[in-house]
Design a protein around this ligand. Structure first.
Ligand SMILES: Nc1ncnc2c1ncn2[C@@H]1O[C@H](COP(=O)(O)OP(=O)(O)OP(=O)(O)O)[C@@H](O)[C@H]1O
Ligand SMILES: [Mg+2]
Length: 481
């Protein structure tokens, strides 16, 4: 059997690894720069020190130099000429005449450093002389300084004095220092990487905690939250945002399960009623008239179920914004009068005066059917809660960016504690009426959904015993979505 293999995407480099690398690299670079600088300072100061030493030796020798030295620097210190430098094995001294002939020199100097050529001496015109690094015939590093000593009297020619210093010891010290430096650098590279890793792990721990909590959250553990104690400021705000998202999710989830409970309840009641009525009817033989009554009652229940299902479908479509609104230019006051005419008979039946307050023509682009449905739901609520002799008034006002349509009644009103929930699906203030055959508790939810879909919103004011006003606020034509 041939099995298709899918190549796994390359694992991205973790933040902890990146942080470790960055930290180690920057800390190590700093150490390299610092040690390099210190090494350079050390090399330079040793060199300067050597030059100073040479110059001192040269000055001393010059002061003591007899007019025409011939003796060599041989023998024990007490027998050596007074102008010879103090006995220092690494210092060599040589005196030359203008023709580059050696007049005198420290023993062994000729083997290490051959005398300069006349051409070289010719370039030394100043009294400051020249200094140069020379490698001796035995490959030793030397620092040499040659100065010109002008003749004392008019006929006397210039002489030259060369001082040289064996820098082997310096080189040796520097080489030892470099060896130790490499060890220090290798050690600090290891320490920087380790330090970077520990710092990165410590910094990433709160993020890992957040990830673990997030991975743990299921429908049944939606109440869990990320602990924000001890989190750094940036992560604390991230955790807060995450917790707020969980709050919203939990609330939506609660609403969704409440909604499905309510749907089940609302559909079960009429279906149980239907079943009960049919069972009773079939329990014994009945007259034609009795069967007719049962069937009529069943038809009423069926109509209720079908209405609930249709409304739920409408709301579900609104939630997912399925179905495009049929926008058309309508005149709001004219529409209100049309809807009023639909409800006139019902208003007359309950003895309530239903009127549209006069106003200028207001034009808006809305979905006519939905607008009529929203206003109709508000009128039907108002009529249902206004006692005989009361009044229901419809009015429309236009502002620059919005149009407000209000339905105002002189009915029983809604207690303040219910107001925030009346737009929820299946929410009814009067629990006794929950079982009412006509009220499902979806009317205001539909009104809200219609307002939302037009880019508007709904507001409600109510005073118990005095009446209720519901305002449908819709965007003006040029603001319509
Ligand atoms: N004008 C009003 N005066 C007093 N109470 C009202 C008014 N309008 C709505 N209510 C209260 O708000 C609740 C929710 O209203 P909604 O229109 O959503 O549902 P319903 O009228 O009970 O049922 P449905 O409209 O689905 O047939 C109503 O049960 C009622 O108690
Ligand atoms: Mg209603």
């Amino acid at each position: 059997m041939v099995r298709a293999t899918r190549s796994r995407p390359a694992r991205p480099v973790s933040i902890a690894l990146r942080l470790t690398l960055w930290y180690a690299l920057s800390a190590f670079s700093l150490i390299v720069v610092a040690t390099g600088l210190l090494y350079w300072v050390l090399v330079n100061s040793m060199y300067q020190e050597d030059i100073r030493d040479l110059a001192d030796n040269l000055n001393n020798a010059q002061l003591l130099l007899p007019p025409s030295p011939t003796a060599e620097f041989e023998g024990p210190p007490e027998q050596r000429p007074s102008w010879a430098p103090p006995h220092q094995p690494e210092i060599y001294l040589r005196v030359l005449d203008a023709g580059a002939h050696t007049l005198t020199e420290t023993p062994g100097m000729a083997q290490q450093l051959p005398p300069p050529t006349p051409a070289e001496l010719a370039t030394i015109s100043t009294l400051e002389g020249t200094k140069r690094d020379i490698v001796s015939s035995s490959s030793k590093p030397f620092l040499s300084l040659i100065v010109r000593i002008p003749g004392k009297s008019a006929g006397q020619s210039s002489r030259f004095m060369q001082v040289a210093m064996d820098r082997e010891h310096d080189e040796y010290l520097l080489a030892r220092y470099r060896e130790r430096l490499w060890l220090v650098l290798a050690g600090s590279l290891v320490l920087c990487s380790l330090g970077g890793y520990l710092i990165a792990r410590r910094g990433m721990r709160p993020i890992e905690d957040i990830g673990r909590t997030a991975a743990h959250i299921r429908a049944t553990t939606l109440h869990e939250r990320i602990g924000t104690d001890g989190l750094p400021a940036e992560l604390s705000s991230l955790a807060d945002t995450f917790n707020e998202m969980l709050d919203r999710l939990e609330q939506s989830f609660r609403h969704a399960s409440q909604f499905s409970d309510d749907v089940a309840h609302e559909l079960r009641t009429p279906i149980n009623n239907l079943r009960g009525e049919i069972e009773v009817a079939l329990g014994k033989s009945r007259s034609r008239e009795e069967y007719r009554e049962v069937l009529e009652s069943c038809l009423e229940e069926c109509a209720r179920v079908s209405r609930v299902i249709q409304t739920l479908l409408f709301l579900a479509r609104s939630d997912t914004a399925i179905g495009i609104l049929q926008y058309e230019k309508i005149e709001i006051n004219g529409e209100l009068r049309t809807v009023q005419s639909y409800y006139e008979a019902a208003a007359a039946e309950v003895g309530v005066e239903l009127s549209v307050l006069p106003g200028d023509a207001i034009h808006a682009e809305l979905d006519r059917t939905m607008f009529q449905q929203a206003v109709g739901n508000l009128i039907s609520n108002a009529l249902a809660h206004t006692p005989s002799g009361g009044a229901v008034r419809l009015a429309a006002r236009a502002k620059q960016s919005s149009i407000t349509v209000s339905v105002d009644d002189t009915g029983c009103g809604i207690p303040a504690e219910h107001l925030p929930r009346v737009f929820e699906r299946f929410y009814r203030v009067d629990q006794v009426r929950r079982s009412s055959a006509h009220n499902v508790g979806l009317g205001l939810a539909v009104v809200k959904s219609i307002a939302d879909r037009h880019g508007g919103h709904v507001e409600i004011n109510s005073d118990v015993g005095h009446g209720t006003e519901v305002r449908l606020i819709l965007p003006a034509s040029d603001q319509s979505p």
